[in-house]
Structures are given as C-alpha cells and as structure tokens.
Design a protein. Structure first.
Lengths: 566, 219
C-alpha cells in the first residue's frame, strides 16, 4: 500500500541530500528554506546581512515569535527570526519513536530546585524551528474572560492589561489560521464562532472521560484541537497515529512550523535555524541588535527592534545574560521582576484499569475535555472550592516509554511489579488536569555558575507550591478519582508530581513598577525591546496556554504596526 | 500483582516494518537500535558495566527463557555515549554521566561493605535490598560523594533503565502496543476495538485465536 503525499514518499532515497543533517548544519541559508510541506523541496527566503539594520530581530520561532514574525513580515517589516533549534522537515525527519524524537526538546542542561523541583525537557520545552508547537498536544483553548481581570473580579493573582473582548477577537483569528477542529457548540464561556473543522472522533480513553463526567453531572466535550479533521492544502487530515507530542510526521498538526512560518517566509521574513542568541546589545538606552552563535562562531545582527520570544525560561535567561553597564541588573528589569513569578500548571492525574481494551495510544492524546472547574467557582459538598483558580481535565494517551517512566518514577514500581503492571497498558485510562497555579515571586529563573556548550550560564529554575496550589491539587485529584471510578476504573492511583507549561517570568501590566512589559508587550525600560511569549502572562488560567500566546502575538504585531513611527 | 504472561502470543511489531506503518526514518532509527548487541559498550568501563547489567535485570527483569533479551545496559550506555540528556538535573545531582558513574561505583561499594561481594555477584534478594535502601535514600557510603542515593535511584536508574527497556520492540510486543504508525495511523478508536494491524490480546481459553490474528498484523 502506498499513500502519496504522506510519509511513505520519504521512502524514496533520491530525496536525501548528502551531508544534510539539520541538527548540525543549518538548512535555512543560501537564499532558501525547507518547504516543510513537500519532500525535498525548498522555498525562496529573503536574507539579510549582519550589518543590515533590520526592522525586527526576533529571538525564538515558537507560538510567540513565529506567529509574530509572520504578522510583522506581512505588514512589510524586515524580519530576521532566530531559533536555537533545527529546521526539521516533518515528512522526512520524524520517526514514530519516542527516544529518537527527543531531538525536538530543549535538552541543554538546566538546574532545578525549590520544594517542588520541575521536570523540564520533554515535558515543556522545545528546541526546534516552530518551538514547542512542534511537539505540543494541540489543545486549543481560550481563557475564561474573567481571568483577564483575575485580581479585580476573582480576588487573586494580577489583572491583565488587555480586555477579554479584544482577546476574543484575536482568538477568532488564531483559530482561523490553525483551522481548529472542535465541537459544534462549546459548553463553557461566552459565545464563540464555530470551529473551522469538525471535531475529531473520540477514542476509548476520551469516552472514559465522557462516562465519568456524565456520572458526575458535569459537561464534557470533544477537545478543540490544532490538528485538522479535513484536508487543508498539502496537509492531510489527522490519521490518529498518536505520536502528537513527539512530532507529527504527516503535517496534520497545525504547528507554527507548518502554518505561520511558511507564511512568514512568503512575506519576506528570514529564519535562521541553529542560531543561539546569547546577548542583546544596548546603546543609549535602546537595543541595537543581538549576538548569536551560528556555524561555529559568534556574530552580531543589527536591528532597529528586538523581540525576545524564548518562552519563560530562555526569555528571562537572555534578559539577565544581557546585563551591561547601562542595565546592570539585566534588560527590562527596573521592576526587579525579570525571572520572577514563574508559573507552571498542575498536570496531576489519576489512572485506573478497565475491563475493556482502551488502547489509548490511538489518536491525539487529549480528545475529550471538561472545563467545568474553570467555570464553577463554588462547587458543592465534598467538592466545595477552597482555593482560587480552576482547572480543566483531559483524557490521556501515554506511549510506552512515558508510561513506564510514570509507573516507575511517580508510582514507584520496579522489578516484576513494573513489568507485570506494564502488561495492562492496553486497559489503562487516565484523567489529567491542566490547573491554575498562582504567581509567586519566589518561583523564579536565575543564572547559575554552570556554563552550557556556548559558554553561557545555565538557568536555575526554582519552584515551590503555595498553599493555594496544594488545595487545588487535593480538590482535583479527589474529583478526578471519583470521576474515573464512576467510569469503571479500578485500582485507581494518583500521579501527584507532574506539571506542564511555562509562563510568567516577564509579566505584562499597567504599572512599570509591578510589571516588565506593557499591554503591547513592549518593555517599560527599553522602548525598542519587546517580549512576546508565555513569559508575559500575569496569571496562567486552567487551560493550555498556546492559543493565548498566539493571540497575544497577533495583537502585539497589530499594536507595533499601529504605533510605528511613520 | 498479576504475574507477567504471554498476553499477545505470536505478536511481533517488527512484522509491520515494511508496511505502511513504518516510514523510512522509523526504519532507519529502529535498525540502528536493533544493531546494539548485549555487549555494545562505549561509555561505561568494565566494572560499571557489570554493575549496570545486574542492576537493569532487577529493574526490568526478563524471562529466563527469552532467547534474545533486550540489551538494556547497552541502550543506557548508548544514551550516555551519544550525549542525549533529559535537559535538567536536580541541584543536588551532578550531570548525567557523572551521576551514572558515581552511582554505579557507590552501589558496588555498598555491596562490598554490606555483603562482602561485588553488586553483580550478589543474589537477587541482596541486590533488591540494596536498591530499596537506595530508593529510600538510606545509602551513604563516602563513594556517593554527596549525591543523594534516592535521587540517583529515581532520576537516573528508574528513568533511564525503564525508558531503555521500553524503547525496544521486544518490550512493545510484551505489552501489546501498536508500535510505529507513520503514516497509516489507526482507524478503530472505541472500546474493545482493534485494527487488524494491532496486537490481539489472548482472552481466557482463546489464545489460539489471538495467535492467529497476531500472525497477520504485517499483512
């Protein structure tokens, strides 16, 4: 059986280029970049010299930087977007293999500490053109409107300086750009436009969530996902491989790599892969460009504006590493908040065994969701809420290595107990939260005295739960356990150590004393320095952050264009 | 605990290698992995290797009658030799390579101090006793040099050894996972639904049916 246009075409060895190794040699050079939609093909790419003062140097090509690069290029600005990672061709480079695909993750060394040290790498950090969207689970959710005024309306965290109705407008645009597949009607929040593709079929693991939600008397729905359920251009509908968090080898996944970046190139943006930015230069209070390492040497790109979009570890790391005589505490740090208020989200789970075969490895991992506890502020009886914030929860589809590591590290199984339990893999289903943890200044990113392969200081990441986080954890695990048991789960156990996503180390706000950037993501201290990624979140909400990062990126581009010097 | 059994009789995920579930990249990656033999050693020295081999057998024990066991130690060695890291380490831990070398040396030192023999010469009971102490953080021989034995056990031993074993097609067969799926993916998604290219589970007294089905997954 041959399926033209899909990975099987990669069987043809004549497409291989001798010496082509995206992890060691840049692909975006010589006036061209990979056409990620076609095997062996290229698209033309405009290129700039280091000495050209480009309009925007953007550090990072993920949900924030890649989306912004596209929109700015389409506005006619000259743009160079840097990424430390490789420029992958999914149709040719992506294997169906957990170990191999760890090449998508940021696995440079980082040091973790605090009372609840974070697990980094595969869990939350991408290192590839397209950033973490290349390996994300594609869950495309909007914030609850009240969260943008969390302090004023709900009594916790901090207010965003952006009105929810404006965000709603940008969510519409991102959902259109990614052709989100979602349900006919979404059960929570204000009216939203219909989704662009039909919802995906729910697998057995998702049906477990549905059973449990119905037994508990709450709503559930097929999850809105950024993987298409009907063709789009060269991209085929999702074939339910189930390797989503390891990279999509068919391009059904609407990552930044296959959506905004091809548009960015077409509009004249330049993308530099395997280009690690180590320092932003400033002069007379303004950014003048970036020092970056590529092809074995350090270089300097001049720029009229610099945007940092490295996600909530690398962004503060770069700002702190760029400390100089003008800004001895790091760039954009007059508030002292760069690196502080690091927020992850809870990613705790309950798992159980079912009589039926579940085989949760088939299909996207999170095909069903309930956002009930993001919208019910009170709760009742045993589930009365005694904490601020909320959580969503989704069905799961761990592949064998991840599942074995979970059984060993989170449940403590090894030896015969482990290998025997692993044989029940096809009968397991779980429910996992994305929950809202509070911003705390003690949770932070600092520079360690260890050096990485570029000679740059490694990030130290300090994280501890507060009492509110712990109360939320208890509520979530208790509710999920009851829901899973109601769905028929036996021998239910709690996975209580996991977290996901990274946000908040350069928060936006109304006041330069209590925030790093303004509503337009422009730093208060340096007028031509911008930050555009999850770092700017003042609060994190109980949903996956990528759609909000992308909506903020589109808004930032519009604000840059609207406020440009003419 | 239910004993391990032959739950997917006759299932061999490699039977799908040349079909529409494996693209060229997947074949190349798995060919390389399957090329690692039980003695493929690039990173560890001989003493460390002996300890690691014994340790792996306690973490992911394999059936004694398995003709071609998963080369777990070689897979761990390969990870360290090729420099693939997890991307983070606890502030109390050295980097991955140093943690492994030091941890294996320390386990061996503990074995000699407590039982008067090298770790790999101990019987399974004694090896497990030591590993339980490591798990609990109760091993403090000077050879640990400040590295908490509990973090070594949890972050390095459990993480790296389980991921090594479950990266191998033999382990996939044992748990009935569909394996690589590029580009074909799957069709039947609901409860108790199985595509013909997935492993068939042996139901009580119907092992022959599953066996027959499993011989056809590569068709």
């Amino acid at each position: 059986m041959r399926i033209p246009g899909l990975g099987n075409a990669a069987d043809n060895p004549q497409h291989g280029t001798p010496g082509d190794d995206p992890e060691h040699h840049p692909r975006a050079r010589d006036g061209r970049a990979p056409n990620v939609m076609r095997i062996g093909e290229w698209v033309p790419m405009r290129q700039h010299r280091d000495e050209d003062e480009v309009d925007f140097a953007i550090v990072g090509t993920g949900a924030g930087g890649g989306t912004l690069a596209c929109r700015l290029a389409e506005y006619g600005f000259s743009v160079v977007a840097f990424d430390a990672g490789p420029y992958f061709r999914p149709l040719e480079d992506f294997a169906s293999d957990e170990s191999h695909q760890s090449k998508l993750y940021w696995t440079d060394e980082r040091i973790v500490d605090g009372e609840n040290p974070l697990q980094m790498g595969s869990n939350n950090s991408g290192k590839a053109v397209g950033g973490s969207t290349v390996h994300y689970a594609m869950v495309a959710l909007r914030f609850r409107p009240e969260w943008f005024k969390a302090r004023t309306l709900m009594g916790y965290g901090a207010d965003w300086p952006i009105d929810w109705r404006e965000m709603w407008h940008y969510y519409d645009q991102v959902e259109d750009d990614l052709k989100i597949s979602g349900p006919v009607s979404y059960p929570w929040g204000p009216h939203r436009r219909r989704y662009h593709r039909r919802a995906h079929e729910v697998n057995a693991a998702a049906k477990v969530l549905a059973r449990g939600a119905e037994a508990m008397g709450i709503d559930w729905t097929p999850t809105p996902l950024a993987t298409i359920s009907a063709p789009r251009g060269d991209a085929p509908p999702c074939v339910y491989r189930g390797f989503c968090t390891l990279g999509c080898s068919t391009n059904a996944k609407q990552s930044v790599l296959v959506t905004y970046l091809p548009r960015a190139l077409k509009a004249g943006a330049e993308i530099r892969d395997l280009a690690m930015v180590g320092r932003i230069e400033t002069r007379n209070g303004r950014a003048t460009g970036v020092h970056y390492h590529r092809e074995g040497r350090w270089r300097f790109q001049r720029a009229k504006n610099v945007v940092v979009a490295g996600y909530a570890i690398e962004t503060p790391r770069l700002l702190l590493m760029s400390a100089n005589q003008e800004f001895p505490d790091g760039l954009a740090n007059s508030s002292g908040l760069v690196g502080k208020n690091l927020m992850v989200q809870g990613n705790q789970a309950v798992w159980g065994v079912f009589d039926e075969e579940i085989r949760s490895y088939k299909g996207p991992p999170s095909l069903a969701i309930s956002e009930h506890w993001n919208y019910d502020d009170e709760g009742r009886g045993a589930f009365a809420k005694d904490f601020f914030g909320g959580y969503s929860y989704m069905s799961q589809g761990p592949l064998p290595q991840l599942w074995a590591n979970t059984q060993a590290s989170a449940r403590g199984l090894w030896g015969e107990a482990l290998v025997a339990e692993m044989q029940r893999y096809n009968h397991v289903a779980g429910l996992k939260v994305v929950s809202e943890y509070m911003p705390q200044e003690r949770n932070r990113v600092t520079l360690s005295d260890v050096e990485d392969q570029y000679g740059l200081p490694v990030a130290r990441i300090t994280y501890s739960w507060c009492d509110n986080d712990k109360a939320l954890n208890r509520h979530a695990l208790k509710f999920l356990r009851q829901a899973l048991e109601a769905a028929g789960g036996r021998e239910v156990w709690d996975q209580s150590d996991d977290t996901c996503h990274l946000n908040g180390t350069a928060r936006m706000g109304h006041d330069p004393r209590t925030s790093v950037v303004d509503a337009d993501c422009r730093s208060w201290d340096i007028p031509n320095l911008w930050i555009c990624d999850g770092s700017v979140f003042p609060t994190v909400g109980g949903v996956n952050p990528s759609l909000t990062v992308q909506a903020v990126a589109l808004r930032t581009a519009d604000r840059i264009f609207a406020t440009r010097a003419t | 605990m239910l004993p391990r059994k032959d739950l997917y009789p006759g299932y061999d995920v490699l039977a799908k290698r040349d079909g529409p579930s494996w693209n060229a990249k997947t074949r190349a990656v798995l060919d390389e992995r399957l090329g690692l033999g039980p003695q493929t050693r690039r990173f560890f020295d001989e003493a460390e290797w002996s300890t690691l081999t014994a340790l792996a057998e306690r973490i992911v024990p394999q059936p004694a009658d398995r003709s071609d066991p998963v080369p777990v130690a070689a897979l761990v060695d390969d990870k360290l030799a090729s420099g693939r890291q997890d991307g983070y380490r606890d502030a109390g831990m050295p980097d991955e390579r140093e943690a492994w070398r030091r941890g294996l040396r320390a386990l061996d030192a503990e074995a000699r101090a407590r039982f008067g023999a090298c770790f790999h010469d101990l019987n399974a009971w004694a090896q497990d006793e030591l590993l339980k102490l490591a798990e609990a953080g109760a091993l403090t021989d000077p050879a640990w040099d400040g590295m908490p034995s509990t973090l070594f056990f949890k972050h390095r031993v459990l993480g790296d050894v389980t991921k090594a074993y479950y990266a191998h097609p033999t382990a996939w067969n044992e748990i009935g996972w569909g394996g690589p799926a590029s580009p074909r993916g799957y069709v039947r998604m609901g409860f108790d639904r199985r595509d013909p290219w997935e492993a068939a589970e042996a139901k009580p007294d119907r092992e022959a049916e599953a066996f027959a089905e499993n011989l056809r997954v590569g068709d």
